[in-house]
Design a binder for this molecule. Structure first.
Ligand code: SF4
Length: 203
């Protein structure tokens, strides 16, 4: 495994921010199982968890006006480095040319940080995109393989809390799951008040 300090990387006209390799899940489809990078990026395995200053410096090295969106995603769950995540989003929002910010998350921030966190995040990100992965608990656990036994319930609570914030709240599933799971996901999403996005499975 090659390690580096690639905190930011580009995919098309979007900038991605990689602030941690920690994650309480072990998803069957995780891109970390397929190699060291994403979509042609250099290695996203970090030599160490970056500090707020290191993340700010990495963002400063980019021309933000080039991007249509900045997405916190990377090779780990961003809310596992919550203070740095919030600092980076606040810092970006001070820039005049900052495009919309999106957080891609597994929705387990409340369990990771041992408190309710949607209100802190919903005022910083334009979009919060939560990986639903499946519409039923048994399938969710089979696909996401979380270390928390109550992950499915906590992810839903986090989602319904996000819906009440200014952030646009989206839940995602990949298009290779059975139609019955997509239908169940759609029902669950509707119940929580979020928008379902069925995304193409491409990794
Ligand atoms: S939540 Fe994301 S980083 Fe964590 S295992 Fe699943 S796909 Fe990988």
């Amino acid at each position: 495994m090659k390690k580096a300090m690639n905190i930011t990387y580009e995919i098309g006209n979007k900038l991605y921010v990689n602030i941690t390799n920690k994650c309480p899940c072990n998803c069957t489809f995780c891109i970390r199982n397929n190699g060291d990078g994403a979509y042609g990026s250099d290695s996203l395995w970090l030599e160490h968890e970056p500090s707020c200053d290191e993340i700010r410096n990495a963002l400063d090295s980019r021309d933000l006006s080039k991007y249509v969106e900045i997405i916190f995603c990377g090779y780990g769950e961003p809310t596992n480095h919550l203070d740095a995540l919030k600092d980076a989003a606040k810092y970006l929002k001070t820039k005049q040319n900052c495009p919309p910010l999106r957080l891609n998350t597994n929705g387990l921030s409340d369990l990771i940080n041992d408190r309710s966190t949607a209100n802190e995040l919903g005022v910083l990100f334009d979009t919060i995109s939560i990986s639903l992965n499946a519409g039923t608990k048994s399938e969710y656990n089979a696909v996401t393989r979380p270390s928390f036994s109550n992950a499915f319930e906590a992810m839903q609570k986090f989602t319904s809390d996000c819906v009440k914030t200014p952030a646009r709240t989206v839940m995602t599933v990949v298009d290779v799951i059975p139609k019955s799971e997509i239908d169940a996901s759609s029902e669950l999403c509707k119940k929580l008040g979020a928008v379902l996005r069925v995304r193409k499975y491409d990794c």
